[in-house]
Design a protein around this ligand. Structure first.
Ligand code: AMP
Length: 282
């Protein structure tokens, strides 16, 4: 396994791989790896000859007052996780190389980025689509893997890749959870033991909505009330949004079906967590 910091070195490596007929799989991350990332890496290992993990805490996707500075970083630990997942190349560029002086070009996906996290975090998706475009241009992967944990992000990236005819296959991977249901996230590191317990209200609320749906409930207002009640019962929880949306268009729905997305953003103390499910999935 090798670690590459320079954009030019990464491009040369990718060019050499393609010339020798090898396919490339890319897993873009912000590091502080957990089993959710490891699952993406395993998926990438199966799909590409050369497995590239990018680690870059991307400043342009953080808003003013968000946690860019305090975002957890541990490259030594990430290297160990990457090694055991069979990563060939860690691409860990410096912010100054990704955004040199004079940088002024951004990628914007329109409607899909308006609701949900796009509404709560203005500019966030512009940063995401810009950095993912750059990573795809640098690494030139045949396949890139993203987690359904960031459901809207996955939808936005699929749209961007289709709209801009980017020659890459986007693969979405299921959410990896702790045994008790908490979706794995690098930001879980911010939680105290009490908050870690309180954070279970997100996955619990999704489970109760799914059960109601399974029992025949289709009215979104009723399902929403169930989710809201479950989360509001937790004193340290502040609801950012609870939304019921079409699983592809992300448009609001009033009547649920199996492809209805429930998307949550909830603050536990000062830590903002997201989770989601499709009502019809097991
Ligand atoms: P991040 O490092 O948080 O930017 O995440 C990098 C990639 O890992 C994104 O595609 C995320 O959707 C994915 N990811 C993060 N957490 C999980 C999880 N619990 N299960 C599956 N994928 C995840």
């Amino acid at each position: 396994m090798q670690t590459v910091e320079s954009v030019a070195d990464m491009q040369n490596l990718s060019r050499a791989a393609h010339r020798s007929g090898r396919t490339i799989a890319l897993v873009p991350t912000m590091g502080y790896l957990h089993d959710g990332h490891a699952s993406l890496l395993r998926g990438g290992r199966r799909r590409g000859d050369l497995l590239v993990l990018s680690i870059f805490v991307n400043p342009t996707q953080f808003g003013v007052g968000e946690d860019f500075e305090s975002y957890p970083r541990d490259l030594a630990r990430d290297r160990a996780v990457a090694e055991s997942a069979g990563v060939d190349v860690i691409f860990a560029p410096r912010a100054g190389d990704m955004y040199p002086a004079g940088f002024q070009t951004y990628v914007d996906v329109e409607r899909l980025t308006l609701p949900l996290c796009g509404a709560s975090r203005p500019g966030h998706f512009r940063g995401v689509t810009t950095v993912v475009s750059k990573l795809l241009n640098i690494v030139q992967p045949d396949v890139a893997l993203f987690g359904a944990k960031d459901y809207q992000q996955l939808a936005v990236i699929r749209r961007m890749v289709a709209d801009l005819n980017m020659p890459v296959e986007v693969v979405g991977m299921p959410i990896v959870r702790e045994a008790d249901g908490l979706a794995l996230s690098s930001r879980n590191a911010y939680l105290s033991p009490e908050q870690r317990q309180a954070a279970l209200c997100l996955s619990h609320s999704l489970r109760t909505a799914k059960e109601l749906y399974k029992a025949g409930e289709r009215t979104v207002a009723t399902l929403r009330e169930q989710v809201t009640t479950t989360i509001a019962a937790e004193a340290s929880a502040t609801i950012d949004y609870i939304e019921f949306r079409h699983g592809d268009s992300l448009e609001e729905v009033a009547v649920a079906n199996g492809h209805t997305l429930i998307a949550l953003a909830v603050k536990i103390g000062t830590t903002r967590l997201i989770d989601n499910c499709l009502l019809g999935e097991e």
